[in-house]
Design a binder for this molecule. Structure first.
Ligand SMILES: Nc1ncnc2c1ncn2[C@@H]1O[C@H](COP(=O)(O)OP(=O)(O)OP(=O)(O)O)[C@@H](O)[C@H]1O
Length: 217
């Protein structure tokens, strides 16, 4: 993999001909993509199409078999499965990620939690929180270091409708600040909130031109 070559002007993230197989099962068969800075980009695809695999490769959690990935800026990654510990409190999670990111203060994470309508006490332990509430913390800690590129794998799982709408408002705000957001989604009604939509199918990523009312995945 080559992470070192400069990314072409305008693009903050570039993938070229990325391949990945698990054993003999090919999942990615030559994925190429240029993502411009400030873009809100969606990726849809059937279950098992390889969307999470692609994000895990981008963030370095899985190795591609071949291909090139170039990224200009820090990445924030919100995985599909939460990375939280049930016995720790909300506050303890914030402190843990503050140390991991070496941040001077945690203002951003508390602001983000407020925007996401997080109403629990910082002293609450994670196993006492609802699934949607845990996901709010999962998303907030993934982004508390204000990354330039945000990779979000179904980031609103379990959110109520109002929080879901808040999420998209926040995501649009990030793009207006020059952040680049890649969202893996299954929802047809997400389409109108995106700048561009790609579909991962048969191991290849292609622009999706299907109707707004059509099924996204
Ligand atoms: N660590 C692994 N080892 C072996 N096979 C894997 C591994 N991770 C994923 N796979 C397989 O790779 C394929 C793609 O999985 P992936 O999770 O990337 O799909 P996805 O598009 O994110 O699916 P979903 O929409 O259900 O979340 C699936 O067939 C899955 O079983």
């Amino acid at each position: 993999m080559n992470f070192s070559t400069p990314v072409p002007a305008g693009a903050i993230l570039r993938l070229h001909d990325v391949h990945k197989a698990y054993g003999r099962r090919p999942v990615l068969r030559g994925v190429s993509l240029d993502v411009p800075q400030g873009c809100l980009l969606g990726i849809v695809g059937a279950n098992g199409a390889g969307k999470s695999t692609l994000l895990r490769i981008l963030v370095g959690q899985a190795a591609a078999d071949s291909g090139t990935i170039q990224c200009r800026g820090r990445i924030g990654y919100c995985p599909q499965d939460t990375v939280l510990h049930p016995a720790l409190t909300v506050q303890e999670h914030v402190r843990f990620f503050q140390a991991a990111y070496r941040l001077n203060d945690c203002r951003r994470v508390w602001e983000l939690l407020e925007q996401l309508r997080f109403n629990e006490s910082p002293r609450s332990r994670l196993h006492t929180l609802s699934g949607g509430t845990r996901q709010k913390l999962n998303l907030a800690v993934a982004l508390m270091h204000d990354p330039e590129v945000l990779l979000l794998d179904e980031p609103y799982q379990g959110f109520d409708w109002e929080t879901y709408l808040c999420f998209w408002e926040i995501a649009r705000g990030w793009c207006e600040r020059g952040r680049t957001v890649v969202v893996v989604s299954h929802l047809a009604h997400d389409r109108e909130r995106l700048d561009v939509l790609h579909r991962l199918q048969d191991g290849v990523l292609a622009l999706d031109h299907s109707a707004v009312t059509g099924s996204a995945a």
